[in-house]
Structures are given as C-alpha cells and as structure tokens.
Ligand binder design. Sequence first.
Ligand code: PHB
Length: 385
Amino acid sequence: MKHVFTRTALATALVLAAGTAAATVKVGFMLPYSGTYAALGEAIENGFKLYVKEQGGKLAGQDLEYFKVDDESNPSKGPDNANRLIKRDQVDILVGTVHSGVAMALAKAAKDSDTTLIIPNAGADAITGPLCSKNIFRSSFSNWQPGFAMGGVAAKKGYKTAVTISWNYAAGKESTDGFKESFEKNGGKVIKHLTLPFPNVEFQPLLTEIAALKPDTVYTFFAGGGAVKFVQDYYASGLRKTVPLLGSGFLTDGTLEAQGESAQGLLTTLHYADGLNTKRDNDFRAHYAESYPKMPPDVYAVQGYDAAQILAAGLNAVKGDVSKKDAMRAAMGGATIDSPRGTFKLSKAGNPIQDFYLREVKGNQNVSIGIAVKDLADPARGCKL
Ligand code: PHB
C-alpha cells in the first residue's frame, strides 16, 4: 500500500513534532567536573538524575535535555560559564554550583536574565541574604548553618577556647563565623582564625601554629580533596591527642574511604548523616547504590536529588509549561520536600529549614548520634522579599 500524506495529515504531523520538541525542558548543570570539588559535582548530577529516573525519566510529563559546563570551581570564569548555559544553550533551568564564589556569579547571571536557578550545594550566605531573589532556590544549606550548629555543641562540651581554620573564601569565612556566633554566645571564645588560599593544601605551618596556641578545640571547614588531606595531616601531626578536631560535615562526607583511620571518631554537624534508617532514606540509598555502585550516597547526592524534587514541584504545578515562571516559582518555594535527610520546607529566602545532625565517624560512615539543632533556619540577614 502506498503512503499518501494529505496536506492536513502532514501539517498535523509537523505540529505534533514541534509540540514534542517544545515540551522538552532544558536543564543546565554548571558544576565542578575537575579540581578539588570534582567528586561533589559528579554526586550532585547523579542524585538529580536518580530522582528523574525514579519518576520514569520525565518530570510533569516532560523529557529533560541536559547541558553541562565544568566551572572548575573558578570564580573568575563564573560569568562566562553561566552565560554559556543561559545565552548559548538557552536553558530553562539552571542547576549549580558547588563553590560559593562561583555561585555568586551564577546567581547574578540568573537574576539578570530572569532564569530559574536551583543551587544544589554552594552555601554563600549572601545568596539567601542581601541577594535573595524569587528565581533562586537552594536544596542545600547556607554556610552559616552547619557552623552555627557546631558552635553550640562545642560550648556544651565545655570547650572554652577554639581556633578556626579554613580556606580564605566565602564558604570558609561564613562557616567559621557561624561557629563563632553560637560558640561565643554560649560562653566560648575563638582566639584565632587561620586561613590559606583555596584550594591550597599546605597545612603544616598552620598546624604548627595551632600546636603553639593550644586551644581547647579546632573547628574547620574544608571539603572534597582538600578535606581528605587536612584530616590526614591533622592526624599525622599528633594534634588530635590534645586538641579535638570539629568540623562542618563536609570535612568527612564522601571522603571517608580515602581518609580511613585518620578520620575515626571525628564529630561533625550536617543536614544529612548515615544511619538515619528511615524508609525514605533506605529507599534512596538502595536506588543510589543500584545506579552508582562505586559512589557513597553522600550529602551531595542528596542535594542533587532534592534539587530535582524542587524542580518537579514547580513543573507539576504548571503541567510542564516553563513559560509560566511565576506560578512555577511559587510552587517551588512553597513545596514540602520529601528528602532522604528528612522532610523540609524552604524559607522565604529560598533556603532549607532543616535539622542538623551531630555525626561521629565510625568506619566508612558518618553515623548520626543525635540532632544538634532542630529546624534550623538561616537568619537571611539583609534579604528583602
Ligand atoms: C561552598 O563553597 O559553598 C562549599 C563548597 C563545598 C562544600 C560546601 C560548601 O562541601
């Protein structure tokens, strides 16, 4: 039989094809795929894609088309990299990034172009503070949050003096400031803040200084490859016998296999932990292990997974029509996210209001040993929404 297309049939076929193409939601990942934070970027992408896979490969009936840029955790390349996704690829949704300095550039580009941005890690306080915006959401944390949670724990343990140490950029500064705020409010005193440039790992001179200062404890922010080296060096210096090391949970998340013996017993605070043993988390971990058997189900994977959940909430509300930006964003901001970490809602500024677990390293796990602060909301200082 001969196939004869009438004019109407052909036109219908073309409209259908065009309709299908337009229905694809373009998602741009701006993440570090190289450098000290490379494993974090990979875990975020894995988590995001796992949630989409669990939904049958579509969100709100739409296929997703992915675009990727390696931001190298390099703030000076931030504006250009953001514009590759916004202007060249014309993505509907931005997902990024890990490094706070790069995220500041990305947030500015997203605001200027009125593109919806979901931040799956970077904690820069300013983004949900003075720079808060209706098009920006975080599935992660503000840098202030884990630091603030640990300051109270340290004071309760009876420590009176602390030294803080971190890379000299927003994440390190804000994490240690959060620690200082609650530690000092509860009677402690931070006697010195030590820094080195990101992503340097020459810790030796700073460890010598800590030994001379003899504080009751040290609080630190490091993450990724740098965290592995810091924990190893701190252990090798012998300091742990006299000066207990505390950290935001990034110090030991996704890093334990490499840190091994040097991390055992470390206490950290974070919005995720091993051993939560809820059905929701167990299901997530089983699915993650099936899809990515070589990667631990760490906090970064959870933040990527929840970034996809926030997007799904928005897309469902507008039946996949990303042109309805206001309605989509209202639904994203108002959603209750059924996260593996525990359910959470976003603050008005778009940052998760969530529990902070106190965790202890046992083997290759950051085991939850309790909740340091329940429902901790970032103060969102300077946010006018
Ligand atoms: C940040 O730069 O905000 C940052 C980077 C890595 C982390 C946490 C925060 O693990």
